[in-house]
Design a protein around this ligand. Structure first.
Ligand SMILES: [Zn+2]
Length: 384
């Protein structure tokens, strides 16, 4: 080791890649003796609990997992960190009442791991990185026992005998399957083991949206109750939902004391899960003011725009716009995205997220109730 009395340093970085500090040192007589170089890794570190597509469908960031000791409901966590070796990353559950309840069935090393929960409770999963200066990535996870929610499903026919969708359509099964992929973030599984019900009603076939007139939906709810279907989630598939409010074209609507209505073109899991979310107590959130889409949420994600549990250690991409985060949320209310169901969507966070509300008289921005902490305690969405 040199006896250093003076240090001249140059920092050279490439991002990501190798960094170098080149320095000179003098001996005790003041003579420059040598030049040396200290090398180190410079990397970008992004950590998000994004789950890859499943069945070519949805991407989601699970804040919650459904408990299953057989591992049928795993989640994938990954780090994007060029220059860091897989072997230098070790994942573990590090705190919380559910500590020890998370397992890594395919190992706990590397940039991407699979985790599942075996005991209900809150845990923190930390990715320890050898040699990292700063706070390691961490994810807060709530492990749920699953609740099963019965659904009464109705297909509406018009007076010509045309159904909104064939009661035998595979799209109906797919809708439930995919809705449950989303809702298992909250430990919820919708089931319609009862047969698909059919009803002929031309007015309902082209039902009005919630804000225009609620008579149709009240009548639908009343009809289902008259058949003894109380305290279940009631879902009606109709031909169309007419647009009675400017700038809205609902894919689905939920009159929370009556029923959910979904129109034919949007019989997909994202819409069903979103509408069920309203019955769980969640509100719509928008990246743009719904009445004038020139208003966009400005700026980037930050700690004060979400719940501390969702922020984690904050290793978001530095260019992650808040508007992009809002568009990922299950409760994102812009129906324009619901037809494709191939984008990143369906994320249920822990807590509130900053965005536009559905206020229609002025563009209101605030934290919106779209997360696990704000849902009804029973986790059983239902209509009376
Ligand atoms: Zn909505």
């Amino acid at each position: 080791m040199p006896t250093t009395t003076e240090l001249a340093a140059n920092l050279v970085t490439k991002t990501p890649g190798k960094g170098f500090i080149t320095y000179l040192y003098r001996d005790t007589e003041g003579t420059v003796r040598n030049q040396d170089t200290l090398s180190f890794s410079v990397t970008r570190l992004i950590a998000e609990n994004i789950q890859p597509r499943e069945g070519n469908y949805l991407v989601r960031n699970p804040a919650g997992l459904t408990r299953n000791s057989h591992g049928l409901y795993p989640a994938t966590y990954f780090i994007d960190a060029p220059g860091i070796a897989d072997n230098d990353i070790t994942w573990s559950a590090t705190s919380g009442p559910g500590l020890g309840s998370v397992q890594f069935p395919h190992g706990n090393k590397g940039k991407s791991v699979t985790a599942w929960g075996t005991v209900a409770g809150d845990v923190k999963i930390t990715a320890t990185i050898d040699g990292l200066v700063g706070k390691p990535p961490e994810f807060n996870v709530r492990v749920f026992d699953q609740v099963t929610v019965p659904v009464a499903l109705f297909v509406v026919y018009n007076s010509n005998g045309t159904p909104a969708i064939s009661p035998n359509s595979g799209l109906i099964d797919a809708m439930f399957y995919n809705a449950n992929l989303i809702l298992r973030q909250a430990g919820i599984s919708l089931t319609f083991n009862l047969a698909v019900h059919t009803v002929t009603n031309s007015a309902w076939f082209y039902t009005g949206s919630y804000n225009a007139h609620t008579n149709d939906m009240a009548a639908m709810g009343g009809y289902a109750r008259s058949l003894g279907m109380t305290d279940v989630l009631k879902v009606f598939i109709v031909g169309d939902i007419t647009n009675r409010v400017a700038n809205t074209a609902p894919a689905g609507v939920n009159m929370t004391d009556q029923c959910i209505v979904i129109k034919t073109a949007y019989v997909n899991g994202a819409v069903l899960a979103h509408e069920a979310g309203h019955s769980l107590g969640w509100e719509d959130i928008y990246d743009r003011y719904p009445m004038d889409k020139n208003y966009l949420i400005e700026g980037y994600v930050s700690a004060d725009r979400m719940d501390p549990k969702d922020w984690g250690a904050g290793h978001y991409p530095e260019d992650r716009f808040q508007s992009a985060l809002v568009r990922r949320l299950l409760m994102h209310g812009d129906e324009g995205v619901w037809g494709t169901a191939t984008e990143e969507m369906g994320y249920i966070p822990h807590g509130q997220v900053y965005g536009f509300t559905r206020a229609r008289d002025q563009p209101v921005q605030r934290k919106c109730n779209v997360g696990l902490d704000g849902m009804i305690q029973t986790r059983v969405p239902k209509h009376p």
